[in-house]
Design a protein around this ligand. Structure first.
Ligand code: F6P
Ligand code: MG
Length: 543
């Protein structure tokens, strides 16, 4: 693994300089306490600062050696890693080279603006005065949040709204991000914090605690995924059967091929998350969701780190041990969740897994992430809904049967939906074993934990500028190395800066793509399927 790859950074982009930039980025209302060399010092507190006030002395250092260009050494040593100092340099909102910059500066305000529009629609349909007044207050809080975002305000503690994650959030803010702003806190934390603050706008209300500002969008995109939805339901409505007369080896090969195609369907289902679809046409969505065989063969070339064969060997070995437990840490609702369920259905039917646990979010998160309500909506609208008026009777029936089978899995306890508070915090998964030991212990009993999507990948890898050649097991730290760590698989289409697991030539490959296809890290055109071995046999000890 080489340490020579670093993203283009502003000069002297060290933690020390971060503090200077922090003050530059913190908005006009806050005078910067950091001054350029030899600049006049601010007046002492309480004085008016007129031109007669004495300035502080400044030394001229003209006889000392000039400042040297020292490069910090990464990864940081384990003891110096913390949420503000990831193993490799963090991405922060003011890093113009990073997707953090567009996200914090433009995408988040746009997303929040659309969320306000959604609440206004709801408001206009409400008739009860108390509920109307309560909702108006929610809108005012959202507008306040918008102002803070645009003025790059400092991150304040979360109000105690009774949610199970308040203590985790406020510990993080107090310990690591005191005085930080939306722009100079690490991107991952600042972005997650925005969604927690959005939740707070509603959680402190009387009538609107569980309101989901993204629910309409999530339902709408699934309804617009007609072709891909029926492509899959028409194939999987009936339990799958292998051709008669195959030898055991041929059967296994047929299953392997099916597994690999379904893994890709589950993977590419992630490329259509709503936070990026703001301006996409139906045609563009359709092409992203294409599930035809030819397309899958072509798209395998775009899987830059590909452990799919190892993944197959892993699940086959589970079946030899009477079928295992597989966990999905879910990402997006609607079409992606539907693909996850098709995959999970195959795992159950083929005996590769005997129990699947799905982990969702407790409240609206990163626009399109799955909540319990989205989960129930999908299964129920497949069985009872009228979402696809143009579908044929056969297509509608196929979707209904599929939904019925999935609901039956739930009744039988083969599929279990869970929602731990840790998934909606700003902690990365490097801290999971320390900050949510109950969840870590729970996952350590799984035979394979599949993390879906870009955000989960960012959290697995600490969302920092690790070289692309970094091995996945190194990049995910304690999630691979802690005693009891489960086998982890990341199924992720690449939609943000951090890229690891590309193999020994990975740094060169990334450099080439940087030159030839700027934007390759945010397009969702490329992906990784990465697997760790974990340390499943070991006892979990918490200190
Ligand atoms: O806002 C950026 C981001 O957090 C990126 O990680 C990604 O582009 C998107 O939002 C979420 O993607 P996913 O739904 O795959 O986690
Ligand atoms: Mg998501």
């Amino acid at each position: 693994m080489s340490n020579s790859y670093f993203p283009p950074t502003p000069p002297h982009d060290t933690d020390h300089v971060d503090h200077q930039l922090q003050d530059k980025m913190s908005g006009p209302q806050q005078p910067s306490p950091q001054l350029a060399p030899n600049a006049a010092a601010p007046p002492p507190n309480g004085t008016t600062g007129t031109k007669d006030a004495p300035g502080r002395m400044s030394l001229k250092l003209s006889h000392l050696p000039s400042r040297q260009n020292i490069k910090a050494v990464y990864p940081r040593s384990p003891s110096s890693i913390d949420p503000n100092n990831p193993p490799w340099p963090a991405y922060r909102g003011y890093h113009e080279y990073s997707f953090a910059y567009a996200t914090m500066g433009q995408r988040l305000p746009t997303i929040l603006g659309k969320a306000i529009e959604d609440v206004v629609v709801t408001l206009n349909q409400e008739y009860d005065e108390e509920r109307i007044v309560d909702l108006v207050h929610c809108i005012e809080r959202m507008e306040g949040l918008m102002k803070e975002l645009q003025e790059q305000a400092k991150l304040r503690p979360i109000i105690d709204d009774g949610e199970a994650d308040v203590a985790l959030w406020n510990k993080l803010i107090a310990k690591y991000f005191h005085g930080k702003t939306f722009m100079n806190a690490p991107w991952l934390f600042a972005e997650a914090y925005k969604y927690r603050r959005l939740q707070e706008c509603f959680s402190v209300s009387k009538y609107w605690k569980s309101y989901d500002v993204f629910f309409r969008q999530k339902c709408d995109t699934f309804s617009r995924s007609h072709d891909a939805v029926f492509e899959l339901s028409m194939r999987f409505a009936e339990p799958f059967k292998l051709k008669d007369g195959l030898s055991p080896a041929e059967k296994l090969e047929a299953e392997r091929l099916m597994f690999l195609e379904l893994t890709q369907i589950c993977l590419w289902g992630n490329s259509t998350d709503l936070s990026l679809l703001i301006n996409m046409t139906e045609e563009q969505i359709r092409s992203l969701q294409s599930t035809g065989g030819e397309n899958l063969a072509a798209t395998e070339k775009n899987i830059l780190g590909n452990h799919m064969q190892r993944l197959w060997e892993t699940v086959v070995s589970l079946r030899q041990n009477t079928g295992g437990r597989i966990d999905f840490v879910l990402d997006n609702a609607g079409f992606e969740l539907y693909c996850d369920c098709v995959y999970a259905d195959f795992l159950i039917q083929s005996g590769l897994a005997k129990e699947i646990r799905f982990h969702g979010k407790r409240y609206p998160w990163f626009v399109s992430d799955v909540t319990k309500k989205d989960w129930e909506w999908l299964l129920n609208s497949m069985v009872y809904g009228h979402l696809f008026p143009k579908a044929s009777d056969e297509e509608k029936e196929s979707l209904r049967r599929l939904g019925q089978r999935w609901k039956q899995y739930e009744k039988e306890g083969k599929w279990i939906y869970e929602q731990h508070p840790f998934w909606c915090t700003g902690f990365t998964f490097w801290e999971l074993h320390n900050e949510a030991p109950d969840l870590f212990l729970h996952l350590s009993r799984s035979d394979l934990v599949i993390f879906k999507g870009d955000l989960n990948h960012r959290k697995l890898t600490y969302d920092c500028a690790a070289p692309p050649s970094t091995e996945f097991e190194i990049a995910i730290g304690p999630m691979a190395s802690a005693a009891g760590a489960p086998r982890v698989c990341s199924l992720r289409t690449i939609k943000s800066d951090v890229v690891v697991g590309l193999g020994p030539e990975g740094d060169e490959l990334a450099e080439k793509l940087d030159k030839e296809e700027p934007g390759w890290k945010i397009s969702g055109k490329y992906a990784v399927v990465l697997l760790s071995e974990g340390r499943p046999g070991e006892r979990v000890v918490f200190t």
